[in-house]
Design a protein around this ligand. Structure first.
Ligand code: GLU
Ligand code: ZN
Length: 295
């Protein structure tokens, strides 16, 4: 791969502070980009103002800086991209690839959370309605650099999914695909909690004629006791004065082998070492890792 061809990114959601799991994902994407001389972009996924924790955008930036991360160019905010999202939604509607859904929450209960297609052919007006993407009864699959082959039958396992919510919020699945393409991202490195979102994103890329990035999903950090996998479980916010020890711990989590001499190094020195020694093939081939098992 020629170095200038690689564009990676970190895309935090400002619903809270960065925690150890976010550090592992940020570090993996950073090292994977820098190890081959690639660019590393920062994108704030602020799609959901009601769920945004006040002050978290600033706190995320300060933490990344304290941990020695340097991003290329200006940070992009999804809250500034609504016009681009609207244009694509309009296009999908015009082509009959998406449709308005007026089902109530009650109507959506059951069916294991998979939308049964009730409004597919009802031609509802689009105001005061959610917009759903029509999905085909087809399997979408890809080979993840860490997790290996992953497949999903979109119709059966996911169903027609929402790209624009009734309350006006844009869906992550749509925004992430449009922005990765717009920013020229070639390599998506993120937590394995998003593995099962990837086939939806592949389908959107195919519909819109966008290039498919490579994917690398790092293990999701779960409860210290290894139980109750929690999307809900979040380790505490990352303290700025623990950058060295926590970067070392994140490197061990990613299967890298920092030597003991690095124990008292600064964040910048650790990152420089880690870029020079990055080996993505050492990342544990597991969807989850319990925090307690980590050094
Ligand atoms: N914003 C998402 C999150 O914080 C990550 C999106 C992505 O990397 O695709 O979980
Ligand atoms: Zn409906």
């Amino acid at each position: 791969m020629t170095s200038s061809a690689y564009i990676g990114r970190f895309a935090p959601t400002p619903s809270g502070f960065l925690h150890f799991g976010s550090l592992v994902a940020a570090l993996a994407s950073y090292l994977d980009a820098r190890a081959c001389g690639g660019r590393w972009l920062l994108r704030m996924e602020d799609l959901d103002p009601p769920r945004e924790a006040p002050g978290s955008q600033d706190a995320i930036l300060r933490t990344l800086e304290a941990y020695g991360f340097e991003w290329d160019g200006e940070m992009v905010r999804q809250s500034e991209r609504h016009a681009a999202y609207d244009a694509i939604i309009e296009r999908l509607l015009q082509h009959g690839l998406a449709y308005a859904c007026t089902c109530s929450r009650k109507q959506l209960e059951g069916n294991h959370g998979i939308y049964p297609g009730t409004c597919r052919n009802l031609q509802h007006a689009t105001h005061d309605a959610a917009i759903r993407l029509r999905v085909p009864e087809l399997e979408y699959h890809f080979v993840d650099r860490v997790q290996g082959k992953f497949r999903q039958q979109l119709g059966r396992e996911v169903g027609d999914f929402v790209i624009h919510r009734r309350d006006g919020l844009y869906a992550y699945q749509l925004a992430v695909v449009l922005d990765d393409a717009w920013q020229g991202v070639t390599d998506v490195v993120r937590g394995a909690d998003l593995l099962d979102s990837t086939p939806r994103q592949l389908y959107l890329q195919e519909l819109l004629g966008l290039a498919q990035p490579r994917y690398l999903h790092v293990p999701l950090i779960i409860q210290p006791d290894g139980h109750k996998l929690g999307k809900s479980y979040r380790s505490p916010p990352l303290p700025a004065d623990q950058a060295g020890p926590l970067l070392l711990r994140a490197l061990h989590t990613l299967g890298q082998q920092p030597s003991a001499e690095l124990d008292n190094c600064s964040a910048q020195e650790l990152l420089a070492w880690a870029i020079a020694h990055w080996d993505a093939t050492l990342i544990p081939r597991s969807r989850t890792l319990a925090e307690a098992q980590l050094r």
